[in-house]
Design a protein around this ligand. Structure first.
Ligand code: ARG
Length: 717
């Protein structure tokens, strides 16, 4: 009986949200919008401790990692932790079949063994300020000055753009070693000047083997219950003055303004938790018509990727070398592929489009009540719909081309060549030097290129394209696409193109550009681009109208909900989301506990399935219960846990923090039942999947043997 009561109590907790913890909040507005709600949920920090532009604050420990993820600094010596899937590309890039850090894991046992990662950057937020009124004034002044001109809006836009440039330039001198950007929020209704400092000497410190860091693979991706040790560690290096510097062996570990304390205290259901990071894109201000079009386009991409990934995976399964070469390409492709399918399912299950239409009807009712509103917002939805209707088919067609035949291996390589050449020639008008540089850039592609597999993928994609595309989209200039023997064409293309092997690419050096341009890969690329360009007028023709209508629609919604806390769509700027540790019910009669343990890793083990391998040493630690200080109250090492924080792609690697701002985990995924979360937040279903910091430290220390790194962290026990 007691047990039953307990279950009911837990159910009650999961089914009645304490608060809908929706929101990717802007840091400068915490005091105004969130401070009370945060403290009522248990937060013990002031907004000033979290975000301050005058003093050091928690935000100084949070970074944009590699431009697409989040990371956080966890020591005074620049040690950084992020997700395994965020470090994945870097780790793969450093790996060779002989030193396969991706497959086997890696831990530097001292600073000398930390491996520089070419091209990887880490960016700190230095300063941000609302500059909307300055830019608005520039716009309005220009409108007035040009009130007789036919293109006065265009001129005003230009004036706004110039004012933004001016602000950026000034900030560039006010903040040495920084770059400044004016970024738009709420679809051009609000602007902030944001100043960033970017470090580019980043070194790889360590990561668990893929069998742990990516445990569960694509099968478990986007799903709970989860047992992935999704973390990797890096270190930020600086010049002797602690400022950004290009890689140099004499650079020193960066000394941060703040480093996060790391908590070993663990998490309980209902605990306050918050996350700071760089969410990439959401669509919470899009209309039902836009969402419908988006879903349809996802469908096209999913179809193409289903075919391509099947071929890619078979190639990877057949050869460990190929597996390493294509690991990152496959993970990226499959991540979107599964996300979009989950999104389609959730759209249906949760009636997202229907609910969006209801919301729009409500909005229009509100607009209709007042003449001024009608003038400002009355036609926005209609105009958006018109642009969507006019561009929808072209959008699908562009997706079909770019997801299939445009990805032909030799065409991708030729594109790399072209881009590199163009960049070089812009810097210096020396054709021979530009070709030499383009050759080098292209040659480096072959580390991750397998010719037989590329041919097979190309054949599958050409076949897919011919079967599914409208014949008007078939490329010209390469023969009669409708009837040609596609396999023979692809083989001939790869045989004759210089872009199918490193050796042949190197042979291009010293050749005249006119000759290189005749390469069959360039001919095909030209033919494909011609088709894409043909679609562009329909695809992008309505952009200006769409931007204006979207701005108006968003402004209308802001006015409609005036007085309520609000947040703009994610745009790769730093945000904060707060809530609590929470279980959920995925379907009637089923309750998912808020955490998993190492026991589940052992339960999922399948020696015959690459996605569910468990390293022998981890099994040993488990059998010997050698859990050190990392076990939870149940005597097991916790692996992952759930919160109701509101995140999206880009938040990956974000710190999950407790009421005192100590690190309790890293956010790394969303859950299957609410994959529509970029569009609508679902309080009952939407969860953020986090790897428990105790699992991270356990793996680093006990599995990796890198316990010495604990010495530089501040642990809270
Ligand atoms: N779903 C995660 C995200 O988008 C990425 C997980 C990467 N893992 C993978 N199996 N592809 O943040």
């Amino acid at each position: 009986m007691k047990k039953i009561l307990c279950v009911i109590a837990v159910l009650a907790m999961t089914l009645i949200p304490a608060k809908a913890d929706e929101g990717m909040w802007m840091l400068p507005l915490l005091q105004k919008m969130n401070a009370d709600a945060m403290s009522s949920l248990g937060c013990r920090l002031t907004p000033e401790q979290i975000y301050s532009i005058n003093h050091s604050s928690l935000k100084d420990a949070i970074v944009h990692f590699g431009g697409g993820c989040t990371g956080e600094i966890i020591s005074k010596e620049g040690l950084l932790v992020t997700n395994h899937h965020c470090g994945y590309g870097s780790i793969q890039g450093l790996s060779t079949p002989e030193h396969n850090y991706l497959e086997d894991g890696y831990w530097a046992m001292n600073r000398k063994e930390e491996l520089p990662v070419p091209g990887l950057t880490v960016t700190f937020l230095e300063y941000m300020d609302d500059v909307t009124s300055i830019l608005d004034k520039a716009y309005q002044d220009a409108l007035k000055q040009n009130k007789k001109a036919e293109n006065k809006e265009e001129l005003a836009e230009k004036a706004l753009e110039e004012a933004a440039q001016e602000l950026q330039k000034k900030a560039g001198t006010d903040f040495p070693n920084c770059t400044a950007r004016v970024q738009s929020f709420y679809n051009n209704n609000v602007y902030y000047l944001i100043v960033y400092k970017t470090y580019s000497d980043i070194r790889f410190v360590g990561a668990p083997p893929a069998s742990v860091g990516k445990f569960g693979g694509e099968t478990d991706n986007w799903m709970w219950p989860r047992h992935t040790g999704d973390f990797s560690m890096f270190r930020v290096y600086a010049g002797k003055d602690n400022q950004p510097a290009a890689y140099d062996p004499t650079n020193v570990p960066y000394v941060p303004k703040q480093a996060l304390k790391v908590s070993l205290k663990g998490v309980n259901e209902g605990d306050f938790s918050f996350i700071m990071g760089y969410p990439g894109r959401t669509q919470r201000f899009q209309t039902a018509d836009q969402l419908e079009a988006m879903m349809q386009q996802y469908g096209v991409s999913v179809d193409a990727r289903t075919v391509r990934q099947r071929v890619m995976w078979a190639g990877m399964e057949a050869d460990p070398k190929v597996r390493l070469q294509y690991a990152n390409k496959f993970a990226n492709s499959a991540n979107g592929w599964k996300k979009w399918q989950g999104e389609q399912l959730a759209f249906d299950n949760l009636n997202i489009i229907g609910r969006e239409r209801e919301k729009e009807a409500e909005f229009m009712k509100w607009v209709g009540k007042n003449k001024k509103r009608q003038e400002k917002y009355g036609s926005a939805l209609q105009e958006i719909s018109e642009v969507v209707a006019a561009s929808r088919q072209a959008g699908n067609d562009v997706a079909r081309i770019s997801e299939s035949i445009y990805r032909t291996g030799v065409v991708s390589n030729a594109s790399v060549f072209l881009q590199s050449f163009n960049r070089a020639i812009r810097n210096k008008p020396d054709t021979a030097a530009a070709i030499a540089q383009a050759v080098r850039a292209t040659a480096s592609q072959f580390k991750d290129y397998n010719d037989p597999l590329e041919r097979e993928m190309a054949k599958a994609m050409f076949d897919f394209f011919r079967k599914t595309a409208d014949p008007s989209l078939y490329p010209n200039r390469i023969g009669d696409f409708a009837t040609m023997d596609l396999d023979a064409y692809v083989d001939k293309l790869f045989d004759e193109s210089a872009f199918s092997s490193e050796e042949k690419v190197k042979g291009l050096e010293g050749k005249p550009l006119s000759e290189i341009r005749k390469d069959p890969a360039f001919v095909l690329q030209g033919a494909i681009v011609e088709k894409i360009m043909g679609l562009y007028p329909a695809y992008t023709g309505g952009q200006e109208k769409l931007a204006a209508a979207t701005k108006a629609f968003t402004a209308g919604q802001m006015e409609w909900k005036k007085g309520e806390p609000s947040y703009p769509d994610a745009n790769s700027t730093m945000r904060l989301t707060y809530g609590t540790v929470q279980s959920y019910s995925p379907k009637d009669g089923v309750l998912y506990r808020h955490y998993t343990t190492i026991k589940g890793v052992m339960e999922k083990e399948d020696p015959n399935n690459y996605e569910f391998l468990v390293p022998a040493r981890l099994k040993e630690l488990y059998q010997q219960k050698d859990f050190g200080q990392y076990a939870g109250a149940d005597g097991l090492v916790p692996t992952c846990f759930l919160t109701n924080n509101d995140i999206t792609g880009g938040n990956s690697g974000s710190p999950v923090l407790n009421a005192d701002g100590e690190l309790i985990g890293l956010a790394f995924d969303g859950n299957w039942e609410s994959m529509s979360s970029d569009v609508m937040f679902e309080p009952l279903l939407q969860r953020c999947i986090c790897v428990d910091i105790r699992y991270v430290l356990f793996l680093m220390d006990k599995l990796g043997g890198a316990g010495y790194l604990l010495d530089e962290m501040e642990l809270s026990k």
